[in-house]
Design a protein around this ligand. Structure first.
Ligand code: UDX
Length: 428
């Protein structure tokens, strides 16, 4: 596994847990030394136990020596980052291509090179071109095998995937990949062998479609608020139609994270290169970018446009629960905007303090929920951590006129009403 970021580390550890010998490589020596001592660079429930268990058994190794790891492996997974390029929507593939170059110098016998990083369509073709310069054609096969892991659920998602997608027209490579995944297939996962370009596109299409579903329900929530309809009933009513399905129809803040924003932008960019306009996805991106503004307008309305000196508490700032990831979290837009308007912001997140707000005036991290909520005028539930689902807000804030704005619809309207708390939620 080349790259011990989210995808590489989780997949590597899980493959070793299935009984394979796995070498995880990273050029960051500190990370590798940390991993050898059981220090996990990312927050993922259950990952540290699995790392320790498999490292102890000797099936899982960590190294910075890329060429040695390549020589010792039959299957090489490229799991390096593919961030959005600066001043562009395209994915930056520098790391992928530089790894492909390294691989090409170290192949003497047949190896499968698999892209697990999310890479634009035709990246596999480009990797093949790099390899063919140094390696005999019969000694390698480039395969696409996208991952569909969700942060916070990654180990479960790895072990119980809906599907395994393998993009290759090489029968030998397909057979080896199928045998690698056979323990998961015997548990019921579907196996799809398609073209390499097809597999690359499936990944982007899946993420873009899920992002579209969320954005769709978020826009409908705006309407529901105006016509006195409960958006949750709409999600349930729609989701019961098996053609639609109920998942990813939870209205809330703008979607964030390391994948949806990046991948929607990248697929639009790829399509543009092939002179195709993906207008639906383009508009999803636009609508999502506007989402924080919509919710901020509601905050202004809730506070009757008097934001200055108001004590506003954010419960949860990560882009979703069970992760410490702040990438593209809507709190990064909302908190600075409210702070700029003069609100005093305190925040608490179970995953701890965030340096992202360091330079913003009037924003303070609190060590616990109690400190964050004391004397708050408005409590905003931004992330759906379990920790926030059964709180007694009245006794936490002590303010008579406390307002709660639940951006994740995790609280009961009736309960809030009984407790005499002014309660606002999404799409209701
Ligand atoms: C996503 C994909 O689900 C995963 O398959 C892919 O490999 C990586 O990207 P992740 O970013 O970890 O995973 O989170 P996910 O649980 O999909 O949520 C993404 C965003 O959508 C979050 O901001 C979340 O809060 C939001 N979301 C999700 C909603 O607003 N409503 C929903 O119903 C579901």
């Amino acid at each position: 596994m080349i790259g011990t970021g989210y995808v590489g580390l989780v997949s590597g550890v899980c493959f070793s847990d299935l009984g394979n010998d796995v070498i995880c490589v990273d050029k960051d020596l500190n990370k590798i030394n940390g991993l050898k001592k059981g220090i996990i660079p990312i927050y993922e429930p259950g990952l540290d136990e699995l790392v320790k268990k498999n490292y102890k058994s000797g099936r899982l190794r960590f190294t910075t020596d890329l060429s040695d790891a390549i020589k010792k492996s039959n299957i090489i997974f490229i799991c390096v980052g593919t961030p959005t390029k600066k001043n562009s929507n395209a994915a930056d593939l520098n790391q992928v291509f530089s790894v492909a170059g390294e691989i090409s110098h170290n192949i003497k016998n047949f190896k499968i090179i698999v892209t697990k990083s999310t890479v634009p369509v035709t990246t596999g073709d480009k990797i093949e071109k790099i390899l063919i310069r140094k390696v005999l054609k019969k000694n390698f096969s480039v395969v696409s095998n996208p991952e569909f892991l969700r942060e916070g659920e990654a180990i479960r998602d790895f072990n119980f995937p809906d599907r395994i997608v393998i993009g290759t027209s090489d029968k030998k490579a397909n057979k080896l990949m199928k045998s690698l995944y056979s323990p998961l297939l015997s548990k019921g996962a579907e196996y799809l062998n398609t073209s390499r370009r097809g597999a690359e596109l499936i990944k982007y299409a899946s993420n873009a479609f899920l992002a579209t579903k969320i954005t769709f329900i978020n826009e409908l929530a705006n309407l529901a608020e105006k016509i006195d309809v409960n958006i949750e009933d709409i999600s349930i009513g729609m989701g019961l139609d098996k053609r639609i399905g109920g998942r990813f129809l939870r209205a809330g803040p703008a979607y964030g994270g390391s994948c949806f924003p990046k991948d929607t932008r990248a697929i639009v960019d790829t399509a543009k290169q092939f002179k195709t306009d993906l207008s639906i996805i383009r508009n999803v991106i636009k609508s999502n970018e506007n989402r924080s503004k919509v919710l901020l307008n509601r905050v202004s309305k809730i506070l009757k446009n008097k934001i200055r000196n108001k004590k506003v508490t954010f419960l949860g700032v990560t882009f979703k629960a069970n992760t410490d990831d702040m990438r593209e979290s809507s709190s990064l837009t909302m908190i600075p905007s409210l702070a700029k308007k003069g609100a005093n912001i305190r925040y608490y997140d179970p995953s701890g303090y965030k340096k992202d707000f360091d330079k913003i005036k009037n924003v303070t991290f609190c060590e616990n929920i109690k400190m964050a909520c004391l004397n708050a005028d408005l409590i905003i539930i931004h992330t759906e951590w379990n920790d926030f689902k059964s709180l007694n807000f009245k006794s936490l804030s002590k303010k008579k006129s406390l307002i709660v704005y639940d951006m994740r619809n995790i609280l009961s309207h009736e309960k809030m009403k009984r407790e005499n708390i002014k309660y606002f939620s999404i799409g209701k």
